[in-house]
Design a binder for this molecule. Structure first.
Ligand code: GDP
Ligand code: MG
Ligand code: ZN
Length: 295
């Protein structure tokens, strides 16, 4: 018996890496019976058959898991946003942040394409970077194409399992190629998609980068707030999370309640207007879902 980590899942096989090599493994029938599907990122116990093959016998308890992309035991998500082209939309970043926070995973914010910024745009992005840093997030400005900021990213990956997430066209593949040039991932999928009118499906794989593991994902599609309850939402905003115990009412939703510490912080500028507006927008979305589904 050996212990290892599932690095890749492809055509019914799981590629498990251990201290002695990589083995192409099958899951046991038991998993199907118990309704457990092994995920990339799973730590497993497996039995080897010869030098290259094996059977997974046991999946160790997961720290967390994402459904789309299907990856387990994630330490952090690199949220990749282009500073421009396409233009930066804070509401989308806040949505990504909320989903990642709700799963208890650490987000890191990474702006790409900073080489394309005009003076005016740069000022705006600098403002946002300052805001998000004040909230407590690690924020990096980079241009993989011009090799700017890469030195800041590598140390963040060491010893961790990270997932790269972000919209199509923001520069995820370009970034990965920059972090590990031998990968030669295909870039510029936007125009290809437009041309062909459909997405190419790809497998999820953990790549060894900067002393850690990194998954480039075809997308991070599960961006609905379906697993989040109204009362849990403000905990996904660190600047609100810090104030929750100071509100007069337990379970305060920070909307119209009296003596609300979040509203006070909003008035004195400690919480940014746009962050609060996005909070309200998401809260509304969660409420609507509840009404619709009766839960
Ligand atoms: N100017 C500039 N272009 C970039 C940068 N990063 C990516 N691009 C371009 O943006 C397009 C989309 O990049 P790609 O890596 O395929 O994005 P992905 O869909 O997120 O994987 C490509 O044409 C890249 O050359 C950057 O830092 N600066
Ligand atoms: Mg790509
Ligand atoms: Zn409150």
């Amino acid at each position: 018996m050996q212990e290892g980590k599932i690095m890749k899942a492809l055509s019914g096989y799981y590629y498990v890496k251990s201290g002695s090599g990589t083995y192409r493994c099958r899951g046991r029938g038991l998993f199907r019976k118990q309704n457990i599907t092994p995920l990339v990122g799973d730590d497993v116990v497996f039995e080897t058959v010869g030098n290259e093959e094996g059977y997974i016998k046991e999946i160790k308890e997961r720290k967390n898991e994402l459904v789309r992309p299907p990856v387990a035991n994630i330490d952090q998500v690199l949220l990749v946003f282009s500073a421009t082209h396409p233009v930066f939309k804070p509401v989308l970043l806040d949505r990504f942040l909320t989903v990642v926070e709700s799963k208890g995973i650490l987000p890191v914010i990474l702006f790409t394409k900073i080489d394309l910024l005009t003076e005016e745009e740069k000022e705006k992005i600098d403002g946002y970077m300052k805001d998000y840093r004040e909230i407590g997030y690690t924020v990096i400005a980079a241009s993989p194409k011009k090799n700017i900021g890469i030195g800041e990213i590598l140390p963040l990956l060491e010893g961790k399992t990270s997932v790269v997430a972000g919209q199509s066209g923001v520069g995820k593949s370009t970034l990965l190629n920059c972090l590990r040039p031998d990968l030669r991932l295909e870039t510029n999928e936007i125009s290809r998609h437009l041309g062909r009118g459909k997405h190419t499906t790809r497998h999820v794989e953990l790549l060894e980068v900067g002393g850690g593991l990194l998954a480039d994902t075809p997308g991070f599609s599960s961006l609905d707030l379906q697993d989040i309850e109204e009362e849990e939402l403000s905990a996904c905003f660190p600047e609100m999370r810090r104030l929750m115990d100071s509100c007069k009412f337990r379970g305060c939703l920070h909307v119209k309640e009296p003596r609300c510490a979040v509203k006070e912080a909003l008035e004195n500028g400690e919480i940014k207007d746009y962050r609060y507006e996005h909070y309200l927008e998401f809260l509304e979305e969660i409420k609507e879902r509840k009404m619709r589904l009766g839960r």
